[in-house]
Write a protein that binds this ligand. Structure first.
Ligand code: HH2
Length: 378
């Protein structure tokens, strides 16, 4: 069933109904109350968004969808050739229909404004800019240069999470990022994000003027993280990672990478909501390169629209990453991976990403804006 799950809506229902695709801990409740299907008068019409599917896949989707929607009568196609079902007895609607409608509604939410998040790593060892901005004044200058290039947000990190990296101490991470954030908060009005897995660092960064916490462990690395974010009314980026940076690339394994990433993000966002973080302050990120093979990364990028059914803005970090030379077969240094990054940013925007985390803001801003103008009119 999961190989049919290319459609964001259908993918959501398939995942909910397929016990194999659900890790035991994952919650399957909708993220907000489903529409009152039983209360709707007359009938409900469900059209599947199936852009990009071939005839064979459409036929299989229609067959499986029919079995998921036992109360549906009169299946057909809408003007775009998408399968369409009319539910004539909505009071018989199953939880699957309610989930389908809720997911459909979320996947069809209008796109938000595109935002470019400029990256500055105050570290000696980050994979692409390590050592360049360890000095606080250089880090501040780089951040201001990214603002001048058109960054809408800044992401300041004090610990490399590249594959194979060792964690640094909390004290060292604080020493690296707090002076930079303090200074930047005085010099720019652009929202500042702190890229950290530590609650103590998040707290200090928020007190210094940051308003966003970007946690590559989605709150799992530090039990106090979600409460700190909630207390400061900060935004929270929940990113998916399998394992931890030191060993995550040793042997990443998934039965179904998109379903597992989506379920993980849904679960972590539930935890964030429970901790008191407002829904409108949550962003999700599939975590390209974090415990994933090249194939896993490509599958996630191709099927990014499925994550839209969670109803939260998608942040995407593809900038300069090692999947690019793996594809080209040419081992270019990270700062030269501009073309590959622009291609991935373009496809990411067309797949529904709204926040692009990049090192080269001016070029990627141009790529992202052009991609959106062509691919997502209005
Ligand atoms: N990627 C990196 C670090 N933080 N955060 C989010 N939300 N998404 C990402 O894809 C992401 C991230 C890795 O890139 P970089 O910061 O340039 O390198 P390093 O971890 O070596 O400092």
């Amino acid at each position: 069933m999961t190989d049919l799950a290319r459609d964001p809506v259908f993918g959501e229902v398939a995942r909910r109904l397929s016990p194999l695709a659900l890790p035991a801990r994952a919650s399957v409740a909708p993220t907000r109350p489903p529409p009152a299907v039983g209360g709707l008068a007359g009938w409900v019409e469900v059209s599947f968004r199936t852009g990009g599917l071939g005839t064979d896949e459409l036929a299989r989707l229609a067959a499986v969808s029919k079995s998921l929607l036992p109360t549906a009568t009169g299946s057909g196609r809408d003007v775009l050739g998408c399968p369409r079902f009319v539910l004539e007895q909505p009071e018989l609607a199953t939880p699957a229909v309610a989930a389908l409608l809720a997911a459909h509604e979320r996947a069809n939410l209008p796109f938000g404004r595109l935002r470019l998040m400029g990256v500055v790593n105050v570290t000696p060892d980050s994979f692409s800019d390590g050592g360049e901005h360890l000095d606080p004044s250089r880090a501040v200058a780089r951040a201001l240069a990214l603002v001048a290039e058109g960054a809408d947000l800044l992401d300041i990190g004090g610990e490399s999470t590249r594959p194979g990296s060792d964690p640094v101490s909390v004290e060292e991470e604080l020493r690296r990022v707090v002076p930079v954030i303090t200074e930047l908060a005085k010099l720019t009005r652009i929202p500042i994000s702190t890229d950290t897995r530590r609650a103590a660092v998040a707290r200090a960064a928020l007190e210094a003027g940051a308003t966003i916490v970007n946690d590559v462990s989605a709150g799992l690395a530090d039990a106090a993280m979600l409460a700190v974010v909630a207390k400061h009314k900060a935004s929270f980026v929940a990113m998916h990672m399998q394992g931890e940076p030191r060993t995550m690339q040793t042997a990443p394994r998934y039965d179904e990478v998109v379903a597992e990433v989506a379920n993980f993000l849904r679960e972590r966002c539930f935890r964030a909501l429970e901790a008191g973080i407002a829904r409108h302050r949550l962003w999700i990120d599939p975590g390209i390169g974090f415990g994933k093979t090249l194939e896993h990364n490509l599958e996630l990028l191709r099927r990014l629209p499925e994550l839209r059914s969670l109803g939260l803005p998608i942040l995407l970090g593809v900038s300069r990453k090692s999947f690019i030379p793996k594809i080209t077969g040419v081992d270019t240094p990270p700062e030269q991976r501009i073309g590959g990054t622009a291609a991935a940013v373009t496809l990411g925007v067309l797949g529904g990403a709204e926040i692009l985390r990049v090192h080269d803001v001016a070029v990627m801003r141009e790529a992202a804006l052009v991609a959106r103008a062509i691919g997502i009119p209005g």
